[in-house]
Design a binder for this molecule. Structure first.
Ligand code: NAP
Length: 258
């Protein structure tokens, strides 16, 4: 299938990594559903940018933690353009907590978005993909889930570790029907998630600290991750599945045994 025949859904496509991914997939020729939860203005801006460049896009609201809302979104996209062929599970929420500050409800909500969200969307698209015998699913995990040593990330990391194992398990279930399932595990990326709520000086200090932990000497940009996602989502990547591609500029602070 050519890119021009692809129907893509990018969850959380209005901002950050999702925005860069939606723009790139549209540039390749896919029709793109830009999903959002709260920031309809941001999603509309992405749609406007894509359509101004001659592409096809629509913004659709759905909280990925809400199974019924996700199903309605996928049905709407299919009614407009045909069955979804590319699913980018990017929507996610972060949150700092330690054993001392752990809040059960807050973590349950984080898990509902970061983990249940992926289950809902995958289940919603899989029938159409199976019927076509074709599908590309890319989940956005995190190097936190692989074991970076940044303090305060334990529960977020746990939710992203689930993304890594679900990626491999879903790949095993869906592989026989021509559907690949992979993940990208980003390092520290300049987005609202990392910059939000920080003053200029605090941000400069964090950026410097994280840049020094990477072999490449810089933090990542959303485009760095979008490029990797587009590679795994491409028609010609059909024999790559169950993989987690780490895109972190060469981070050196993983928890080890040494
Ligand atoms: P961001 O700038 O905070 O954007 C998050 C996006 O997710 C927004 O578009 C938001 O939608 C959407 N979203 C949040 N909750 C949602 C829900 N319940 N349903 C649907 N959409 C929802 O974050 P980002 O940094 O680009 O992160 C994107 C992904 O990369 C996340 O999975 C994150 O965990 C992962 N990641 C990020 C980094 C990093 O350093 N930034 C590192 C590793 C992994 P609205 O615009 O409507 O609020």
């Amino acid at each position: 299938m050519a890119w021009s025949e692809q129907v893509a859904v990018v969850t959380g496509g209005g901002r950050g990594i999702g925005r860069a991914t939606a723009l790139l997939l549209a540039q390749r020729g896919a029709a793109v559903c830009v999903n959002y939860a709260a920031r309809g203005d941001a999603a509309d801006a992405v749609v406007a940018e894509i359509t101004a460049a001659g592409g096809r896009a629509m913004a659709v609201a759905a909280d990925v933690a809400d199974n019924a809302a996700v199903t309605a979104m996928i049905d709407r996209v299919a009614a407009q353009w045909g069955a979804v062929t590319v699913l980018i599970n990017n929507a996610g929420v972060g949150g700092q907590a330690t054993l001392d500050t752990y809040d059960r409800d807050r973590f349950a909500r984080m898990r509902a978005v970061n983990v249940d969200g992926i289950i809902h969307t995958t289940r919603a698209v899989m029938r159409g993909m199976r019927e076509r015998g074709y599908g590309r699913i890319v989940n956005v995990g995190s190097i936190a889930g692989i074991g970076t040593a940044l303090p305060g990330n334990a529960f977020y990391a746990a939710s992203k570790a689930e993304v890594t194992i679900l990626t491999r398990r879903f790949a095993m279930e869906l592989g026989p029907q021509g559907i690949t399932v992979n993940a990208v595990a980003p390092g520290f990326i300049r987005t609202d998630m990392t910059q939000g709520g920080r003053g200029r000086d605090n941000w400069a200090a964090i950026e410097k600290q994280l840049a020094e932990r990477a072999m490449t000497g810089r933090i990542g940009e959303p485009q760095d991750i979008a490029n990797a996602i587009a590679f795994l989502a491409a028609p010609e990547s059909g024999w790559i599945t169950a993989q987690t591609l780490v895109v972190d500029g060469g981070r050196m602070d993983y928890i080890g045994h040494a």
